[in-house]
Write a new protein. Structure first.
Length: 329
């Protein structure tokens, strides 16, 4: 068993295809690029090609993370995959990835906490290592949200993109120390962000289920904005209190890339300057569970972190689900 759990390496991957605002705007002659950027902060996002899978992107992100950790894949004894849209419902996406990576006997399971999924998976992985159930784990997420985004829906067509991110978790002091992720939520806001179709209640469009629109992501933008600003701020403030830190002690915030306006409001509320928020939303959009891991992977590749930097993670996702905690680089 290990009391200390570290992130030994991180990585991210995105599809090559860029989907710019002007491409989506063809379906919305009443809207402009300036309006979209002002409302969301998004200028473009990546869309997977027809023959590209979530497992493909996840494997790329994992290889980058393993290389950064300088760890061979045969030392991995488990995979936790956070995703809201696996390549297929059964078996798990983690099992597909385990076979792809050549570690078919690793423990492998999926976790769905929507946009908070990667942080939930980090805490589950941290707990498994601390309990002695695993030594080295892959915590990974891959989301192909382009496959479930309604191109004719004003509220969501511009928001979502595709991508993957991964981290290697290990016991001991060999990496960036991961503190506890606090996990919570507000199920009273269950309908604020949802995809009603595709489950047991509506397995198929029409005949035995709902209309096609039920198989796309749906969002009540006003409700999400209101609750997200409060919830993001609370995750940051609670992390500061739990770790006995002040806003000035925080080098970086790596948030779920929900919406630039939301995160600017959060910055003002918690007293941490917005230029200390790691933001990738302008080029990748909202990638749900993948967004925190992708932002962390991008920032690590850019070399913006210094030894000893205190980094706060925070996320709000469908459910609603909330997660937040500290990483010391």
């Amino acid at each position: 068993m290990s009391e200390t759990v570290c992130i030994a390496g991180v990585g991210h991957a995105v599809p090559a295809n860029i989907r710019a605002n002007r491409d989506i705007l063809k379906a919305f002659p009443d809207r402009t690029e300036d309006e979209i950027v002002r409302l969301t902060g998004i200028k473009e996002r990546r869309y997977a090609s027809e023959n590209e899978s979530a497992t493909d992107l996840a494997a790329q992100a994992v290889h980058h993370a393993l290389a950064q950790a300088n760890m061979p894949v045969d030392q991995i004894d488990g995979i936790i995959m956070a995703t809201i849209i696996p390549d297929q419902p059964v078996p798990s996406a983690a099992s597909s990835l385990a076979r792809r990576l050549g570690i078919p006997h690793a423990l492998a399971f999926d976790l769905n906490a929507a946009c908070s999924g990667w942080l939930y998976a980090l805490e589950v992985g941290r707990s498994l290592i601390r309990s002695g159930s695993a030594k080295n784990l892959i915590v990974v997420t891959a989301e192909l949200l382009s496959r479930i985004t309604n191109p004719e829906d004003h509220d969501t067509a511009f928001l979502f993109g595709d991508g993957a991110g991964a981290a290697i978790l290990t016991g001991g002091a060999g990496g960036h120390r991961l503190h506890r992720m606090a996990l919570s939520g507000d199920a009273n806001q269950f309908e604020s962000i949802q995809r009603p179709g595709g489950g047991a209640r509506m397995p198929w469009p029409n005949g035995t289920g709902g209309d096609l629109e039920h198989f796309y992501l749906q969002m009540d933008g006003a409700a999400v904005f209101k609750h997200a600003v409060i919830a993001f701020a609370q995750q940051i403030e609670q992390t500061l209190a739990r770790e006995n830190l002040k806003p000035a002690d925080i080098a970086w915030v790596v948030p779920h890339q929900a919406n630039e306006r939301i995160l600017k409001a959060v910055s003002r509320r918690v007293g941490i300057p917005y230029d200390r928020f790691v933001m990738t939303i302008s080029k990748y959009g909202n990638t749900s569970a993948a967004s925190v891991s992708m932002a962390l992977g991008w920032a690590a590749e850019e070399g913006i972190f210094n030894d000893g930097d205190k980094i706060i993670f925070c996320s709000v996702g469908a459910g609603l689900t909330f997660a937040g905690g500290l990483l010391v680089w």
